[in-house]
Design a binder for this molecule. Structure first.
Ligand SMILES: NC(=O)c1ccc[n+]([C@@H]2O[C@H](COP(=O)([O-])OP(=O)(O)OC[C@H]3O[C@@H](n4cnc5c(N)ncnc54)[C@H](OP(=O)(O)O)[C@@H]3O)[C@@H](O)[C@H]2O)c1
Length: 269
């Protein structure tokens, strides 16, 4: 398969790496088009793919076009490539830019809108996606193959869930990293060497997620298993709950969701 990735930044790079790792395309069949010379050089050196700065030329004759640019750059890029879309699958990962907007600006129907997350860089991404009604079964399968190369994927028939997923899995790694950072700092505060605290925290977070996945239990049940009567965990949980952790998380995610919708609203019309 021939693939053009427009925008070779964090997510564009993760996509190239994943596509190569899954052997969906050979190095010579991938072109990264980016305005930044530095990013082009990085993509060429790191992945051995073709690079360029002419978006229109890059999309000609490929099977799939991936738009991995910022939402505010979408308009200009869509104008450049619109006339050159004949039978390509187009996948946009731009936050907030709706399928309807993309199809209208591209004057083209075979479009997928996806929201990956940064653990895709190590093949552990969670990508949610939706597709236009005009997408053929064959292109749907190609999209699923490409997106699953980054990790897990989940298709939504209802596009509204994408903005919600943006606030959970899209932004989620940042919330988890903040919690990890706080837990490491807490370890240091009570006297652990920083590298020891870091190892303990990473393994605890990764192990807890893995346990929940494998044991298929409600988180409260798993939490109760750690919380002995009158014990240390109970002391800490009381502080977290009285500090409003739960409502703080709900408020933060709601704000991210509102922001995702407002970015989308700005891109309409
Ligand atoms: N990072 C995330 O966690 C995440 C998760 C899900 C989805 N997304 C979405 O993924 C998209 C890309 O995000 P990112 O974090 O990968 O951004 P990024 O690192 O800034 O990468 C975007 C790249 O596109 C280049 N570019 C800008 N204008 C261009 C143009 N007209 N033609 C070709 N290349 C152009 C940029 O160059 P310059 O730097 O010189 O401008 C940059 O190298 C965004 O729409 C974002 O909403 C991001």
């Amino acid at each position: 398969m021939k693939v053009a990735v427009i925008g070779g930044g964090t997510m564009g790079g993760a996509l190239v790496k994943s596509i190569l790792r899954a052997r969906l395309a050979a190095k010579g069949d991938i072109i990264v088009s980016d305005v930044s010379r530095e990013r082009r050089e990085l993509a060429r050196k790191k992945y051995g793919v073709a690079v360029g700065d002419d978006n229109a030329a890059a999309v000609k004759g490929v099977d799939a076009v991936i738009l991995a640019i910022k939402p505010q750059e979408m308009d200009g890029v869509m104008e450049q490539i619109s006339a050159h879309l004949k039978s390509q699958l187009v996948i946009s990962i731009a936050a907030g830019v709706s399928l309807e907007t993309i199809c209208r600006r591209l004057k083209y129907g075979a479009v997928v809108r996806a929201m990956p997350n940064t653990p895709a860089q190590v093949g552990r991404g969670m990508t949610v996606w939706t597709s236009s009604k005009e997408l053929s079964a064959e292109k749907y399968d190609t999209a699923r193959l490409i997106l699953s190369s980054m990790g897990e994927e989940l298709h939504f028939a209802d596009e509204r869930y994408l903005d919600m997923a943006t606030a959970i899995s899209g932004s989620g790694p940042a919330y988890v990293f903040l919690f990890i950072e706080a837990l490491i700092d807490a370890g240091v505060h009570i006297g652990l060497p920083r590298d020891t605290a870091q190892k303990l925290v990473i393994e605890t977070v990764a192990g807890s997620a893995e346990a929940m996945k494998k044991m298929s239990k409600h988180p409260a049940e798993l939490r109760n298993m750690v919380t002995s009567p009158g014990g240390t965990t109970s002391e800490a949980l009381l502080r977290l709950e009285s500090g409003g952790l739960r409502s703080l998380v709900v408020n933060a995610v709601t704000a991210a969701y509102e922001k995702a919708k407002s970015i989308g609203a700005k891109q309409q019309g």
